[in-house]
Design a protein around this ligand. Structure first.
Ligand SMILES: [Cu+2]
Length: 165
């Protein structure tokens, strides 16, 4: 039976209010904040498609060199770690603890691939692009991954190359 209009509207409002912040952050290209601060949410489900579980939002984030990104432990059970071979030469790798709210600063331009260790095989991975520099794209493409991470990284890198992310 369809929901009465009023109830549906009320549900929609409540739903929208609860998810307003994650929805904003889930856009693939977040605008640079005035203070140069960015956030990536570590989520148990994608807010735009809850059938997609364990995601970073946004999965691709563009920032300027020297800006910072904070990984927020919005949902429990996740971490963030840079993926070897998927960060630019001379860049510092990172490896956060589970549920750690980790802030990293990225002065070196290029593509940074990172993973959530518990959900790596499930495809919980993401990219940060610093200074719109795609010069390590080919190198990033060559890195091997288990399970769904292979498909997810390939899709993210292909979109990036095509200018779609
Ligand atoms: Cu995870």
């Amino acid at each position: 039976m369809p929901m009465p209009l009023l109830d549906r509207r009320r549900f929609g409002l409540a739903f929208g209010a609860t998810l307003a912040a994650p929805m904003l952050a889930a856009r693939t290209t977040a605008p640079a904040h005035e203070d140069g601060q960015h956030a990536i949410l570590m989520l148990n489900a994608d807010c735009s498609d809850t059938s997609v579980v364990n995601v970073f939002a946004p999965s691709v984030l563009h920032i300027e060199p020297g800006q910072s990104v904070t990984f927020l432990a919005t949902d429990p059970g996740h971490n963030t770690a840079s993926k070897r071979g998927m960060i630019p030469d001379g860049a510092e790798p990172w490896n956060g603890a589970i549920d750690e709210e980790l802030t990293i600063t990225l002065p070196v331009p290029g593509i940074y691939g990172y993973i959530c260790l518990p959900h790596y095989e499930g495809g919980m991975v993401g990219l940060i692009v610093v200074g719109n520099d795609l010069s390590n794209l080919a190198a990033a493409h060559k890195v091997r991954h288990p399970g769904a991470a292979r498909k997810t990284f390939r899709a993210l890198l292909t979109d990036l190359e095509a200018g779609a992310a």
